[in-house]
Design a protein around this ligand. Structure first.
Ligand SMILES: *Cc1c(COP(=O)(O)O)cnc(C)c1O
Length: 376
Protein backbone atom coordinates (compact mmCIF):
# COMPACT_ATOMS: atom_id res chain seq x y z
CA UNK A 1 0.00 0.00 0.00
CA UNK A 2 1.16 3.52 -0.76
CA UNK A 3 1.92 5.72 2.21
CA UNK A 4 -0.91 8.01 3.28
CA UNK A 5 0.45 11.55 3.03
CA UNK A 6 -0.64 14.68 4.92
CA UNK A 7 -1.93 16.22 1.67
CA UNK A 8 -2.78 14.95 -1.82
CA UNK A 9 -2.27 17.79 -4.26
CA UNK A 10 -2.02 15.44 -7.23
CA UNK A 11 -5.57 14.05 -6.99
CA UNK A 12 -6.91 17.56 -6.51
CA UNK A 13 -5.04 18.73 -9.63
CA UNK A 14 -6.30 15.79 -11.69
CA UNK A 15 -9.90 16.94 -11.17
CA UNK A 16 -9.24 20.40 -12.61
CA UNK A 17 -6.32 19.49 -14.89
CA UNK A 18 -7.83 20.57 -18.22
CA UNK A 19 -8.77 24.01 -16.95
CA UNK A 20 -5.46 24.53 -15.10
CA UNK A 21 -3.26 23.36 -17.99
CA UNK A 22 -5.02 25.64 -20.45
CA UNK A 23 -4.85 28.65 -18.08
CA UNK A 24 -1.11 28.11 -17.54
CA UNK A 25 -0.47 27.71 -21.24
CA UNK A 26 -2.44 30.93 -21.92
CA UNK A 27 -0.08 32.81 -19.59
CA UNK A 28 2.96 31.31 -21.28
CA UNK A 29 1.61 32.26 -24.70
CA UNK A 30 0.92 35.81 -23.53
CA UNK A 31 4.45 36.03 -22.04
CA UNK A 32 2.97 38.44 -19.45
CA UNK A 33 4.67 36.55 -16.64
CA UNK A 34 4.75 39.53 -14.26
CA UNK A 35 1.70 41.74 -13.58
CA UNK A 36 -0.36 40.06 -16.31
CA UNK A 37 -4.14 40.56 -16.51
CA UNK A 38 -4.77 37.43 -14.45
CA UNK A 39 -3.12 39.02 -11.42
CA UNK A 40 -5.63 41.89 -11.48
CA UNK A 41 -8.56 39.58 -12.25
CA UNK A 42 -7.71 37.19 -9.43
CA UNK A 43 -7.19 40.04 -6.94
CA UNK A 44 -10.59 41.45 -7.88
CA UNK A 45 -12.29 38.07 -7.56
CA UNK A 46 -10.60 37.41 -4.22
CA UNK A 47 -11.70 40.83 -2.90
CA UNK A 48 -15.28 39.96 -3.86
CA UNK A 49 -15.04 36.55 -2.18
CA UNK A 50 -13.54 38.01 0.99
CA UNK A 51 -15.85 41.02 1.06
CA UNK A 52 -12.88 43.37 1.39
CA UNK A 53 -12.04 46.59 -0.42
CA UNK A 54 -8.40 45.91 -1.28
CA UNK A 55 -6.49 42.72 -2.04
CA UNK A 56 -2.80 43.29 -2.73
CA UNK A 57 -1.11 40.13 -4.01
CA UNK A 58 2.52 39.49 -3.06
CA UNK A 59 5.28 36.89 -3.14
CA UNK A 60 4.34 34.72 -0.14
CA UNK A 61 2.66 34.81 3.27
CA UNK A 62 5.81 35.82 5.14
CA UNK A 63 6.28 38.81 2.81
CA UNK A 64 2.62 39.70 3.38
CA UNK A 65 3.24 39.96 7.13
CA UNK A 66 6.48 41.89 6.67
CA UNK A 67 4.93 44.37 4.24
CA UNK A 68 1.92 44.84 6.52
CA UNK A 69 4.25 45.81 9.37
CA UNK A 70 6.28 48.09 7.09
CA UNK A 71 3.10 49.99 6.17
CA UNK A 72 2.38 51.10 9.73
CA UNK A 73 5.09 53.69 10.50
CA UNK A 74 6.39 51.84 13.53
CA UNK A 75 9.63 52.70 15.33
CA UNK A 76 12.50 50.46 16.49
CA UNK A 77 11.63 48.58 19.69
CA UNK A 78 7.90 49.16 19.34
CA UNK A 79 6.22 46.11 20.82
CA UNK A 80 4.04 43.76 18.84
CA UNK A 81 2.03 41.05 20.53
CA UNK A 82 2.04 37.59 18.95
CA UNK A 83 1.10 34.11 20.17
CA UNK A 84 3.91 31.79 21.30
CA UNK A 85 2.25 28.80 19.67
CA UNK A 86 2.40 29.46 15.91
CA UNK A 87 4.57 29.09 12.83
CA UNK A 88 7.72 31.21 13.08
CA UNK A 89 6.74 33.56 10.22
CA UNK A 90 4.11 35.26 12.41
CA UNK A 91 6.82 36.57 14.74
CA UNK A 92 9.98 36.41 12.61
CA UNK A 93 9.09 39.50 10.60
CA UNK A 94 8.63 41.53 13.80
CA UNK A 95 12.22 40.91 14.84
CA UNK A 96 13.60 41.27 11.30
CA UNK A 97 12.23 44.81 11.09
CA UNK A 98 13.74 45.76 14.45
CA UNK A 99 10.50 45.66 16.43
CA UNK A 100 10.05 43.65 19.59
CA UNK A 101 7.95 40.47 19.59
CA UNK A 102 6.01 40.10 22.84
CA UNK A 103 4.76 36.56 23.14
CA UNK A 104 1.52 35.57 24.80
CA UNK A 105 0.27 32.13 25.74
CA UNK A 106 -2.66 30.52 23.93
CA UNK A 107 -5.91 28.81 24.85
CA UNK A 108 -5.62 25.04 25.31
CA UNK A 109 -8.85 24.29 23.43
CA UNK A 110 -8.62 26.64 20.44
CA UNK A 111 -4.79 26.86 20.13
CA UNK A 112 -5.24 30.63 19.65
CA UNK A 113 -4.11 33.64 21.68
CA UNK A 114 -6.88 34.89 23.95
CA UNK A 115 -8.01 38.50 24.26
CA UNK A 116 -7.32 38.26 27.99
CA UNK A 117 -3.67 37.24 27.51
CA UNK A 118 -3.26 39.92 24.85
CA UNK A 119 -4.66 42.67 27.07
CA UNK A 120 -2.36 41.67 29.93
CA UNK A 121 0.67 42.00 27.63
CA UNK A 122 -0.02 45.61 26.65
CA UNK A 123 2.51 48.25 27.75
CA UNK A 124 3.00 51.89 26.74
CA UNK A 125 5.28 50.61 23.93
CA UNK A 126 2.72 48.25 22.39
CA UNK A 127 1.76 49.27 18.86
CA UNK A 128 0.18 46.23 17.23
CA UNK A 129 -1.27 42.76 17.73
CA UNK A 130 -0.83 39.85 15.34
CA UNK A 131 -3.57 37.31 16.07
CA UNK A 132 -3.02 34.02 14.23
CA UNK A 133 -6.06 31.95 13.20
CA UNK A 134 -4.27 28.69 13.80
CA UNK A 135 -5.23 25.43 12.08
CA UNK A 136 -8.23 27.05 10.34
CA UNK A 137 -10.25 28.61 13.13
CA UNK A 138 -10.45 32.23 14.22
CA UNK A 139 -9.01 33.85 17.32
CA UNK A 140 -11.58 35.86 19.30
CA UNK A 141 -11.48 38.84 16.94
CA UNK A 142 -14.41 40.79 18.37
CA UNK A 143 -12.78 41.06 21.80
CA UNK A 144 -9.34 41.63 20.23
CA UNK A 145 -10.67 44.51 18.10
CA UNK A 146 -12.28 46.06 21.19
CA UNK A 147 -8.94 45.93 23.00
CA UNK A 148 -7.17 47.41 19.97
CA UNK A 149 -9.64 50.28 19.95
CA UNK A 150 -9.29 50.88 23.69
CA UNK A 151 -5.45 51.06 23.52
CA UNK A 152 -5.20 52.47 19.98
CA UNK A 153 -3.35 49.51 18.47
CA UNK A 154 -3.15 48.07 14.99
CA UNK A 155 -4.34 44.54 14.34
CA UNK A 156 -2.73 42.44 11.61
CA UNK A 157 -4.43 39.07 11.18
CA UNK A 158 -2.24 36.15 10.19
CA UNK A 159 -4.84 34.32 8.16
CA UNK A 160 -2.46 31.96 6.34
CA UNK A 161 -4.33 28.94 7.74
CA UNK A 162 -7.94 30.10 7.80
CA UNK A 163 -8.81 31.55 4.40
CA UNK A 164 -12.49 30.90 3.73
CA UNK A 165 -13.50 30.80 7.40
CA UNK A 166 -16.19 33.14 8.72
CA UNK A 167 -16.12 35.02 12.00
CA UNK A 168 -19.47 35.38 13.76
CA UNK A 169 -19.93 38.59 15.76
CA UNK A 170 -22.17 38.68 18.83
CA UNK A 171 -24.81 40.63 16.88
CA UNK A 172 -25.02 37.78 14.35
CA UNK A 173 -23.02 39.56 11.65
CA UNK A 174 -20.55 37.41 9.72
CA UNK A 175 -17.27 38.51 8.21
CA UNK A 176 -14.42 36.61 6.59
CA UNK A 177 -11.39 36.08 8.79
CA UNK A 178 -8.55 38.18 7.41
CA UNK A 179 -10.80 41.20 6.78
CA UNK A 180 -11.57 42.22 10.38
CA UNK A 181 -8.25 43.69 11.51
CA UNK A 182 -6.66 46.79 9.97
CA UNK A 183 -4.71 44.43 7.72
CA UNK A 184 -5.05 40.71 6.98
CA UNK A 185 -2.36 38.46 5.51
CA UNK A 186 -2.57 35.13 3.81
CA UNK A 187 -0.34 32.56 2.08
CA UNK A 188 -0.93 30.58 -1.09
CA UNK A 189 1.75 27.98 -0.25
CA UNK A 190 0.67 24.82 -2.12
CA UNK A 191 -0.63 22.96 0.95
CA UNK A 192 -2.63 25.90 2.31
CA UNK A 193 -6.43 25.82 1.90
CA UNK A 194 -6.13 28.05 -1.17
CA UNK A 195 -2.75 27.00 -2.52
CA UNK A 196 -1.01 27.77 -5.78
CA UNK A 197 1.69 25.79 -7.59
CA UNK A 198 4.62 27.65 -6.09
CA UNK A 199 4.86 30.58 -3.68
CA UNK A 200 2.25 33.29 -3.32
CA UNK A 201 0.54 35.51 -0.77
CA UNK A 202 -1.89 38.39 -0.36
CA UNK A 203 -2.66 41.31 1.91
CA UNK A 204 -6.20 42.52 2.65
CA UNK A 205 -7.38 45.88 3.95
CA UNK A 206 -10.42 48.13 3.88
CA UNK A 207 -8.26 51.21 4.48
CA UNK A 208 -7.48 53.15 1.27
CA UNK A 209 -4.38 54.88 2.65
CA UNK A 210 -2.89 51.65 4.01
CA UNK A 211 -3.64 49.91 0.70
CA UNK A 212 -1.81 52.59 -1.25
CA UNK A 213 1.18 52.33 1.06
CA UNK A 214 1.24 48.54 0.79
CA UNK A 215 1.10 48.63 -3.02
CA UNK A 216 4.00 51.05 -2.98
CA UNK A 217 6.09 48.96 -0.57
CA UNK A 218 5.51 45.79 -2.65
CA UNK A 219 6.93 47.66 -5.63
CA UNK A 220 10.25 49.10 -4.36
CA UNK A 221 8.54 52.00 -2.60
CA UNK A 222 7.42 53.71 -5.80
CA UNK A 223 4.09 54.93 -7.16
CA UNK A 224 5.61 56.60 -10.20
CA UNK A 225 8.26 54.50 -11.92
CA UNK A 226 11.80 55.22 -10.65
CA UNK A 227 10.52 57.70 -8.04
CA UNK A 228 11.15 55.90 -4.74
CA UNK A 229 9.31 57.54 -1.84
CA UNK A 230 10.11 54.92 0.79
CA UNK A 231 12.24 51.79 0.99
CA UNK A 232 10.22 48.86 -0.23
CA UNK A 233 10.72 45.30 -1.39
CA UNK A 234 10.10 43.34 -4.56
CA UNK A 235 7.21 41.03 -3.75
CA UNK A 236 4.81 39.96 -6.47
CA UNK A 237 2.41 37.15 -7.23
CA UNK A 238 3.42 35.92 -10.66
CA UNK A 239 0.82 35.58 -13.40
CA UNK A 240 0.97 31.79 -13.66
CA UNK A 241 0.20 31.49 -9.93
CA UNK A 242 -2.64 34.00 -10.24
CA UNK A 243 -4.12 31.98 -13.12
CA UNK A 244 -4.01 28.79 -11.00
CA UNK A 245 -5.48 30.58 -7.98
CA UNK A 246 -8.30 32.15 -9.99
CA UNK A 247 -9.47 28.65 -10.93
CA UNK A 248 -9.01 27.21 -7.43
CA UNK A 249 -10.83 30.16 -5.80
CA UNK A 250 -14.05 28.94 -7.43
CA UNK A 251 -13.62 25.67 -5.53
CA UNK A 252 -12.52 27.15 -2.21
CA UNK A 253 -15.85 26.72 -0.42
CA UNK A 254 -16.10 23.12 -1.65
CA UNK A 255 -12.49 22.52 -0.56
CA UNK A 256 -13.24 23.88 2.92
CA UNK A 257 -16.36 21.71 3.09
CA UNK A 258 -14.42 18.57 2.13
CA UNK A 259 -11.88 19.28 4.89
CA UNK A 260 -14.69 19.97 7.35
CA UNK A 261 -16.47 16.71 6.52
CA UNK A 262 -13.26 14.74 6.89
CA UNK A 263 -12.68 16.38 10.29
CA UNK A 264 -16.20 15.51 11.47
CA UNK A 265 -15.63 11.90 10.48
CA UNK A 266 -12.33 11.79 12.40
CA UNK A 267 -13.82 13.40 15.50
CA UNK A 268 -16.88 11.15 15.54
CA UNK A 269 -14.81 8.00 15.12
CA UNK A 270 -12.23 8.97 17.74
CA UNK A 271 -14.63 10.53 20.27
CA UNK A 272 -14.48 7.75 22.87
CA UNK A 273 -10.69 7.36 23.11
CA UNK A 274 -9.88 8.72 26.55
CA UNK A 275 -6.26 9.57 25.90
CA UNK A 276 -7.11 11.78 22.91
CA UNK A 277 -8.70 15.22 22.69
CA UNK A 278 -10.28 15.92 19.32
CA UNK A 279 -10.41 19.53 18.03
CA UNK A 280 -12.96 21.81 19.63
CA UNK A 281 -14.94 24.16 17.41
CA UNK A 282 -15.52 27.60 18.86
CA UNK A 283 -18.91 29.34 18.77
CA UNK A 284 -17.61 32.49 17.09
CA UNK A 285 -15.78 31.08 14.08
CA UNK A 286 -16.31 28.46 11.43
CA UNK A 287 -13.45 25.97 11.08
CA UNK A 288 -11.83 25.26 7.72
CA UNK A 289 -9.46 22.62 9.12
CA UNK A 290 -6.19 23.61 7.58
CA UNK A 291 -4.95 21.04 10.08
CA UNK A 292 -6.81 18.36 12.00
CA UNK A 293 -4.91 18.45 15.27
CA UNK A 294 -5.34 16.03 18.14
CA UNK A 295 -3.98 16.35 21.64
CA UNK A 296 -2.45 13.06 22.77
CA UNK A 297 -2.34 12.72 26.54
CA UNK A 298 -0.09 10.89 29.02
CA UNK A 299 3.11 11.38 27.03
CA UNK A 300 2.00 9.03 24.25
CA UNK A 301 2.20 11.45 21.33
CA UNK A 302 5.54 10.35 19.89
CA UNK A 303 4.73 6.66 20.29
CA UNK A 304 1.42 7.14 18.46
CA UNK A 305 3.19 9.02 15.70
CA UNK A 306 5.75 6.21 15.32
CA UNK A 307 2.95 3.63 15.29
CA UNK A 308 1.13 5.44 12.51
CA UNK A 309 4.36 5.84 10.52
CA UNK A 310 5.01 2.11 10.86
CA UNK A 311 1.54 1.54 9.41
CA UNK A 312 2.13 3.79 6.41
CA UNK A 313 0.35 6.86 7.77
CA UNK A 314 2.00 10.30 7.94
CA UNK A 315 1.28 12.41 10.99
CA UNK A 316 2.98 15.70 11.83
CA UNK A 317 3.76 17.76 14.89
CA UNK A 318 2.76 21.40 14.34
CA UNK A 319 4.63 22.78 16.25
CA UNK A 320 7.22 20.83 18.25
CA UNK A 321 8.92 23.90 19.79
CA UNK A 322 6.91 26.98 20.77
CA UNK A 323 8.40 30.36 19.85
CA UNK A 324 9.25 31.11 23.49
CA UNK A 325 11.80 28.28 23.30
CA UNK A 326 13.28 29.14 19.89
CA UNK A 327 16.88 30.25 19.98
CA UNK A 328 16.29 32.95 17.35
CA UNK A 329 14.06 34.85 19.77
CA UNK A 330 16.11 34.55 22.95
CA UNK A 331 17.72 37.96 22.71
CA UNK A 332 15.02 39.94 20.94
CA UNK A 333 11.65 38.82 22.26
CA UNK A 334 9.93 39.00 25.60
CA UNK A 335 7.23 36.86 27.16
CA UNK A 336 4.15 38.26 28.84
CA UNK A 337 3.16 35.80 31.53
CA UNK A 338 4.01 32.13 31.51
CA UNK A 339 3.87 30.03 28.36
CA UNK A 340 2.78 26.82 30.06
CA UNK A 341 -0.01 26.03 27.60
CA UNK A 342 2.16 26.59 24.55
CA UNK A 343 4.79 24.35 26.16
CA UNK A 344 2.21 21.67 26.93
CA UNK A 345 0.68 21.81 23.45
CA UNK A 346 4.04 21.34 21.78
CA UNK A 347 4.33 18.04 23.68
CA UNK A 348 0.78 16.87 22.93
CA UNK A 349 -0.24 17.95 19.43
CA UNK A 350 -0.43 15.58 16.49
CA UNK A 351 -1.92 16.54 13.14
CA UNK A 352 -3.45 13.81 10.97
CA UNK A 353 -3.64 13.81 7.17
CA UNK A 354 -6.35 16.21 6.00
CA UNK A 355 -7.02 17.47 2.49
CA UNK A 356 -9.75 17.89 -0.07
CA UNK A 357 -9.50 14.38 -1.49
CA UNK A 358 -9.46 12.39 1.76
CA UNK A 359 -12.09 9.65 1.55
CA UNK A 360 -13.93 7.96 4.39
CA UNK A 361 -12.24 4.63 3.65
CA UNK A 362 -8.82 6.16 4.29
CA UNK A 363 -10.08 7.92 7.42
CA UNK A 364 -11.45 4.60 8.62
CA UNK A 365 -8.07 2.95 8.11
CA UNK A 366 -6.27 5.76 9.97
CA UNK A 367 -8.70 5.77 12.89
CA UNK A 368 -8.63 1.96 13.15
CA UNK A 369 -4.84 2.12 13.54
CA UNK A 370 -5.18 4.82 16.20
CA UNK A 371 -7.72 2.65 18.03
CA UNK A 372 -5.39 -0.35 17.74
CA UNK A 373 -2.56 1.70 19.31
CA UNK A 374 -4.64 2.66 22.34
CA UNK A 375 -6.04 -0.85 22.84
CA UNK A 376 -2.58 -2.38 23.26
C1 LIG B 1 2.28 29.33 5.99
C2 LIG B 1 2.22 30.33 7.06
C3 LIG B 1 2.85 31.59 6.95
C4 LIG B 1 3.82 31.94 5.85
O1 LIG B 1 3.43 31.72 4.57
P1 LIG B 1 4.54 31.49 3.42
O2 LIG B 1 3.74 31.69 2.17
O3 LIG B 1 5.05 30.10 3.56
O4 LIG B 1 5.59 32.51 3.57
C5 LIG B 1 2.66 32.51 7.95
N1 LIG B 1 1.93 32.23 9.03
C6 LIG B 1 1.31 31.04 9.20
C7 LIG B 1 0.49 30.80 10.42
C8 LIG B 1 1.46 30.04 8.23
O5 LIG B 1 0.87 28.86 8.42
Amino acid sequence: MEKIQMVDLKSQYNKIKTEIDSAISDVINSTAFINGDKVKEFSKNLSAYMGVKHTIPCGNGTDALQIALMALDLKPNDEIIVPAFTFIASAEVIGLLGFKPVMVDVDYNSFNATAKNIEQAITSNTKAIIPVHLFGQGAEMEAIMNIAKKYDLYVIEDNAQAIGADYKFSDGRKQKLGTIGHIGCTSFFPSKNLGCYGDGGAIFTNDDAIAEKIRMICNHGMKVRYHHEVLGVNSRLDTIQAAVLDIKLKHLDAYCKARYDAAQKYSYTLRDIKELITPEESAFSTHVYHQYTLKVLNGKRDALRDYLEANGISAMVYYPIPLNKQEAFMKIASQAGDMSISDKLSDEVLSLPIHTELDFKTIHYITSKIREFFSK
